[in-house]
Design a protein around this ligand. Structure first.
Ligand code: 7RM
Length: 654
């Protein structure tokens, strides 16, 4: 059995930065990027200190750059004081008060423009309302809101007064909400009567009531934003309408000057056990990397219209909706709805109508929209777009090319950004005016980020295209600080594997002959077939390159001879095949994969369904698929599953 992960994906196209883009880019050309990397390599701490001084407003300047005395509980800029909300709002007022901060489009299509001055006023008033409800510095506030500007107002208001927020995605169930409220020990919950998504009402207040009825003893108050206007029961003494909470509150709310390490937020993410982990982020370091990546990776400019489609319930909606774009004084679009309601051109219509210049979304959305055909995006004027981005999972080269050609008109670089809830900001990503692109690769680590691929002993994998563990070898400002209330779990999950020396991302990756990083999937997604370790993503990528395949997920199942057998779950274009048609397609796909990758990667079994089980953020639930492939009973929590009915199809029972 070979120790290494073997890479079988072969992608050789290279796209250098277009000259017209380089001309105007913040970091223009390879040499400019290399100069930044060199600066960081020569003096890691000095590099981050320089940027922290230049990019952030400090009320009290820091003298300590990095405190590693409790490593791997690292702390940055420890004796400095700042306020994240001040950095996102107040500091723009003098020259950008009238500039649009948020262009909001509701599910129904109504739009609102909110200037920096208006957003500042709204945040200050709501911060005063929180204080009036008894929220103090250090208290936890859970935010369970639709994707509306008030969600950002609530987050920024917490940041202003030093309350630590924990946003729970509005698509999560009452049970998931309760678990998170209890783990965080929240004093106050901010929610809405309901949300609107894809023409449907999401009953947020009802779910919050259910969560609170089942426990949550620390919650004293619930503030309810009236989004929908339908009747919801309000519990006297506990529940208060958003407007009532604001009544009589002035717009003067001086920011709390907080230590750089003050916990800005907790964000829960699922781990390998059932209990979600409260990923704890700090203030100064987090905001610094939100800003540097807005500048480096998104090349943000004063006249850009930036649109990150992520919900604020995910880390992407924290760093690239609620904080990053505001910290750099940008104009951004916030959209409440879904990509295909009321029609499959909704995203492209929004890009056209609001003049979006930078568009950032997930591969799952790109593939879903690609499936609808080129005629739809071709109906819209997408000529203002200048930069595209992806995040969340590896993008298969076929989807990359479609995004590049049909959406970007071969004019827009694509930034494939690898990062995690835990990393706070982009870690491995191109700079669009400097880095030549390869479809499917997130390219190279950002300046100041010491990423590497190592073997089981922690030694760098030096051979090209050999896989290994993706690690980060030096602390960086926006790294998670701990798992809330569970420092042991922080150590065990992220540091133990290499005795505290490296941050372990839990992804496998390889580097090609140019040093480019190719993410192969989560470490537990790696298959070992006859001694060959294969990334599931590479087989999936081969499958989706077949014209009949819309989506594919591949998992392993124990096999007596081969170690693992390959089971593929496939969604086809144009209806789910059955009987002889399914058998014929299976034979064809097996040959196809053999041709694309090699006979070793041929799926042993292919099951067809109308969809794949995904979390609400669009990630395929691989542990669930593994259980299904093995014919095991399903023990994992499927309450957050978007589409429960397809389970039967995948089990072969429907
Ligand atoms: C931002 C986010 C993190 C996991 C990560 C990877 C996968 C994210 C990419 C990617 C390949 C990418 N945070 N992932 N980005 N894989 N290419 N560009 O998604 O905490 O929710 O997920 O997502 O496995 O470890 S997250």
């Amino acid at each position: 059995m070979s120790e290494e992960l073997e890479s079988v994906l072969n992608e050789s196209r290279i796209f250098p930065p277009p000259a017209a883009f380089v001309d105007k880019a913040r970091i223009a050309g390879w040499e400019a990027l290399q100069a930044l990397r060199e600066e960081a390599r020569a003096d890691h701490q000095g590099f981050w200190a320089r940027l922290a001084q230049e990019k952030l407003h400090w009320h009290t300047p820091f003298s300590v750059i990095l405190d590693d005395s409790r490593a791997p509980h690292y702390a940055w800029f420890t004796d400095g004081r700042l306020n994240v909300s001040y950095n996102c709002l107040d500091r723009h007022l003098a020259d950008k008060g009238g500039k649009t901060a948020i262009i909001f489009e509701s599910d129904e299509g109504a739009t609102r423009h909110i200037s920096y001055a208006e957003l500042h006023e709204a945040v200050c008033r709501f911060a005063n309302a929180l204080k009036a409800q008894g929220v103090e510095k250090g208290d936890r506030v859970v935010i369970y809101m639709p994707m509306i500007p008030e969600a950002v107002v609530a987050m920024q208001a917490c940041a202003r007064i030093g309350a630590t927020h924990s946003v729970v995605f509005g698509g999560f169930s009452a049970q998931a909400l309760k678990d998170r409220i209890e783990d965080a020990g929240a004093k106050l919950v901010i929610t809405a009567d309901a949300g609107h998504r894809g023409g449907k009402r999401v009953e947020l207040k009802a779910a919050a009531d259910q969560a609170l009825a089942a426990g949550c003893p620390t919650v004293e108050k619930v503030i309810v934003y009236r989004r929908s206007g339908h009747d919801v029961p309000m519990q006297p003494g506990r529940d208060i309408w958003w407007d009532q909470a604001l009544a009589g509150q002035g717009d003067d709310c001086p920011p709390e000057w907080l230590e750089a390490e003050h916990p800005l937020f907790l964000l829960y993410t699922s781990g390998s056990t059932g209990k979600p982990k409260g990923i704890q982020h700090a203030s100064g370091g987090y905001l610094l990397n939100a800003v540097t990546t807005m500048e480096w990776v998104f090349d943000i400019q004063d006249d850009d219209v930036f649109w990150c489609t992520a919900d604020v319930g995910w880390i992407t909606g924290h760093s690239y909706v609620a904080y990053g774009p505001l910290a750099v004084g940008a104009t951004q679009v916030i959209f409440e709805g879904t990509p295909t309601h009321p029609h499959g051109g909704r995203f492209w219509e929004i890009c056209q109508n609001h003049g979006v210049t930078i568009f950032y979304t997930a591969p799952t959305a790109i593939r879903a929209l690609m499936k609808l055909g080129d005629e739809i995006p071709e109906r819209y004027d997408l000529s203002k777009l200048r930069l595209l981005g992806t995040v969340g999972e590896p993008i298969n080269p076929e989807a990359w090319m479609w995004y590049y050609e049909v959406i970007g008109g071969r004019r827009c670089p694509i930034v494939d950004t690898w990062w995690q809830t835990e990393t706070g900001a982009h870690m491995i990503a191109p700079l669009p005016g400097a880095t030549p692109l390869k479809p499917g690769s997130c390219t190279l680590p950002l300046p100041g980020i010491e990423a590497d691929v190592v073997d089981a002993e922690g030694n760098p994998v030096t051979e090209a295209d050999k896989g290994g563990f993706l690690v980060i070898k030096k602390p960086w400002p926006s790294m998670l600080r701990t798992v809330w209330g569970d420092p042991q779990r922080y150590y065990d999950t992220y540091w133990k594997q290499f005795d505290g020396r490296y941050y372990v991302a839990g992804d496998s990756a390889r580097r090609d002959q140019d040093g480019y990083f190719w993410i192969m999937g989560r470490v537990d997604d790696v298959l070992n077939v006859s001694g060959h370790r294969l990334g599931t993503m590479e087989i999936e990528s081969a499958l989706v390159a077949h014209p009949r395949v819309a989506e594919a997920a591949v998992v392993g199942r124990p096999h007596e001879v081969k170690g693992e057998a390959i089971v593929a779950f496939v969604v086809t274009r144009g209806g789910r095949p059955s009987g002889e048609a399914a058998d014929a397609l299976t034979a064809e796909l097996r040959e196809w994969v053999a041709k694309e990758i090699g006979p070793i990667a041929k799926p042993d079994e292919i099951r067809y369904a109308e969809g794949l089980p995904k979390t609400r953020s669009g990630k395929i639930m691989r542990r669930l698929l593994r259980a299904i492939a093995r014919g095991e009973a399903i023990t994992q929590d499927i309450s957050t599953l978007e589409n429960e009915e397809i389970i039967k199809q995948l089990q072969g029972e429907a």
